[in-house]
Write a protein that binds this ligand. Structure first.
Ligand code: NDP
Length: 284
């Protein structure tokens, strides 16, 4: 029920009409009887400054940002969480009396998913594929949380320079040791995976409609002690996950990251624990 005191939260970006976020947040508010509502606002980069000023004036509680406005929000925030500062992008904003703090819960969501699935990677090594938005958020949060080593693989294309900068940044600012390799270097892949606990695909390779592709050229690099996860959730089981299962690896998909990044945003806005089990059962 909407009252005179209902607090507004929502999502900015484009496109946002397909988003699952309004369903999960509004259902969580309903279940916990919190007087909040979550709405989607189609917003392009050029409208961001004006939109953010308007939301501040209306004293909204906070909002999420998705592509293409995550980078612009990084510039517009009054304050940044340590993770958002290193990632260079904001996906969650909290408004405290007109002070907008930018957070990034994508990496938190991924790391929570790993933990909730029962895997411990703190003090251990992971191999991470990709250097785009999702990969950067995961690498930063993993390094901040205490993963000892990250072997980062990316193709020598659009985001190679970004991958180099991310590698240098994490080596300078955190105690995590990061090495960068070409995604095509299968020799390096085999070597790095041999002592990795976790392999994470954070490229878009394998995402619908290109479901027949995998970021791993040679599945024999996957060994049975390895946990293999994908940030992709459409399809629910990617070709990489199928290859990993065939090699006796445990796997999980990107739905968990999606759920837990939302849960972290919800908890920042409301201070209440997100009803994970109920929302998972209903929408995931
Ligand atoms: P970006 O475009 O920022 O990054 C994509 C990455 O994939 C880049 O490293 C890119 O390299 C690489 N890549 C793309 N195509 C290929 C290819 N053919 N071969 C090798 N590498 C390739 O996207 P995001 O990081 O935002 O998203 C990546 C995936 O993560 C998407 O599938 C998205 O749906 C998913 N995602 C899931 C989330 C969740 O909550 N589960 C949250 C956010 C994203 P290059 O720069 O050279 O193209």
């Amino acid at each position: 029920m909407i009252t005179g005191k209902t607090r507004l939260t929502g999502l900015l970006g484009s496109p946002v009409k397909h988003s699952i976020s309004p369903l999960m947040h509004n259902e969580a508010f309903r279940q916990l009887e919190l007087d909040y509502v979550y709405l989607c606002f189609e917003t392009g980069e050029e409208q961001m400054e004006e939109t953010v000023r308007a939301l501040k004036t209306l004293n909204v509680r906070g909002f999420n940002c998705t592509m293409p406005v995550k980078l612009r929000m990084y510039e517009l925030a009054d304050r940044l969480s340590p993770a958002a500062e290193l990632i260079g992008a904001v996906n969650t904003v909290v408004n405290d009396q007109g002070i907008l703090t930018g957070h990034n819960t994508d990496g938190i969501g991924y790391m929570s998913a790993v933990k909730e699935k029962g895997y411990d990677i703190i003090g251990k090594k992971m191999t991470l594929l990709g250097a785009g938005g999702a990969a950067t958020a995961i690498a930063v949060q993993a390094a901040l949380d205490g993963v000892a080593e990250i072997a980062l693989f990316n193709r020598r294309g659009r985001s190679w320079e970004r991958a180099q900068k991310l590698t240098d940044l994490l080596n300078q600012k955190t105690s995590c040791h990061v090495t960068l390799h070409d995604l095509e270097d299968q020799g390096a892949m085999r070597l790095e995976l041999a002592d990795s606990t976790l392999l994470t695909n954070a490229t878009s390779v394998g995402m619908s409609p290109r479901e027949e592709s995998s970021p791993i050229a040679d599945p024999t690099v996957l060994h049975e002690r390895l946990v293999v996860s994908d940030v992709i959730y459409n399809p629910r089981e990617t070709l990489l996950m199928k290859q990993a299962k065939a090699r006796n690896c445990s796997t999980f998909n990107g739905l968990y990251m999606l759920l837990y990044q939302g849960a972290a945003a919800f908890e920042l806005w409301t201070g209440k624990q997100f009803p994970l089990e109920e929302i998972r059962a209903k929408y995931f």
